[in-house]
Design a protein around this ligand. Structure first.
Ligand SMILES: Cc1cc2nc3c(=O)[nH]c(=O)nc-3n(C[C@H](O)[C@H](O)[C@H](O)COP(=O)(O)O)c2cc1C
Length: 367
């Protein structure tokens, strides 16, 4: 199977084409440090055969995290504990990439009393949170925060770093005409809306050098009419990122205006039938045709035959998974052994829980 071929991404050797897409586990401590429960979950994943694990999003500024229980990467003090963590996962045969994020208004986690930055002061359609419009000095501060975070990621021994540019967190808000109403050079044209991301990638490259894998997760489209990023605009951004030396792009999509666009979530439920699976693959393939860097597709992957066909017929090279691996961390090993039975996950999207994001089937039964 092509899914289990070994490939190379810069200095990183990938034992198969399967990735764990970044998944916030809600298991880190209040300051963003690793806990025993979190480490155990990652070790099970690494043992389960996935080629490359992208960690759940890690916050780059101590004063800002969109959710509880996230990993932190805002201080050099994190480096030793991540070094140990990465070594343990690599000993099980997996690559490990850290995803880094600035959340912004996509949050209802302790919004009082903290400054939440956004491109413009408009309410988030799902959370209602209104951010403070960033000044250009704030943008420069944040770009430097990301560069420092990426340097820590490299020093800790991760195989690469991924910017979270999706799911209405700050970078994807800059790309969207709804959130971004700016009149300066960070708003308006798609080149301007992408500027903060381009500047961040440049700053990161200065810190980590030319060879280190720097990835981004972004949308192939927001599926949000005039409010959102279109496929054509996404292509402009992706090509710009390619020119700046981004190593690979993971394409998600959708928006969180679930009142008006209930079907456009990045995390879709009820996707059992084959025609509903791999729901961003078509648009992702359209963009991938115009890129030379590898493209990872995320969203609703469940069936090896469907993925093999996508490998044969499109330029997509890799697939990433979140919910299926939360439910069944050893799914890659199972597939590799030739057992293509259905994943245990039924994409019910009930993985979220204050005690830790795990499959609902694994939660203790209420007595
Ligand atoms: C519990 C949970 C946590 C998630 N956390 C993140 C995250 O930290 N960063 C991110 O980019 N996406 C996150 N996602 C989205 C997934 O990475 C993925 O894009 C989405 O779930 C679709 O893939 P799937 O159909 O394989 O679940 C999360 C999804 C779930 C279910």
């Amino acid at each position: 199977m092509k899914l289990f071929e070994t490939t190379q991404l810069g200095p990183m050797t990938l034992k198969n084409r399967l990735w764990r897409s970044a998944t916030w586990l809600n298991m880190a401590d209040d300051k963003g440090h690793i806990t025993e429960q979190l480490e155990k979950t990652y070790i099970a994943l690494a043992k389960g055969g996935v080629g490359t694990i992208i960690t759940g999003y890690a916050f780059v500024r101590e004063d800002e995290q969109p959710n509880p229980g996230m990993l932190g990467i805002y201080d050099d003090a994190f480096i030793p504990e991540y070094k140990e963590f990465v070594q343990k996962l690599k000993a099980e045969g997996a690559n490990v990439v850290m995803q880094i994020v600035y959340g912004g208004s996509a949050t209802d986690f302790q919004p009082e009393g903290r400054t939440i930055w956004g491109p413009s002061a408009v309410p988030h359609p799902m959370f209602g949170t209104i951010p403070t419009e960033m000044s250009q000095a704030d943008i420069r501060t944040l770009v430097a925060d990301f560069a420092r975070a990426a340097r820590r990621v490299k020093e800790a021994g991760f195989d690469g770093v991924q910017l979270h540019g999706a799911h209405t967190y700050l970078f994807s808000q800059f790309l969207s005409p709804y959130y971004n109403r700016r009149q300066d050079e960070y708003g308006g044209s798609i080149e301007n809306r992408g500027r903060i991301i381009f500047e961040t990638v440049r700053a990161i490259r200065e810190e980590v050098g030319e060879e280190y894998p720097v990835l981004i997760k972004m949308h192939c489209s927001d599926d949000w009419d005039e409010h959102g990023l279109s496929v054509e605009e996404s292509m402009v951004v992706a090509k710009g990122l390619e020119r700046l030396g981004v190593s690979a792009i993971e394409f998600s999509g959708g928006n969180l205006d679930t009142t008006n666009y209930p079907e456009a979530s990045p995390i879709r439920s009820g996707i059992i039938k084959q025609e509903k699976q791999s729901y961003f693959a078509k648009k992702t393939a359209e963009i991938a045709k115009h890129l030379t860097i590898p493209v990872i597709s995320v969203g609703g992957h469940r069936t090896p035959e469907v993925l093999e066909t996508l490998l044969e017929e499109t330029p997509i090279q890799y697939f990433s998974f979140s919910r299926t691996l939360l439910s069944e961390p050893d799914l890659p090993n199972r597939w590799q052994s030739g057992d293509y039975g259905k994943p245990r996950c039924i994409s019910c999207s009930k993985c979220w829980h204050p005690d830790g994001n795990i499959c609902i089937l694994d939660r203790p039964k209420k007595s």
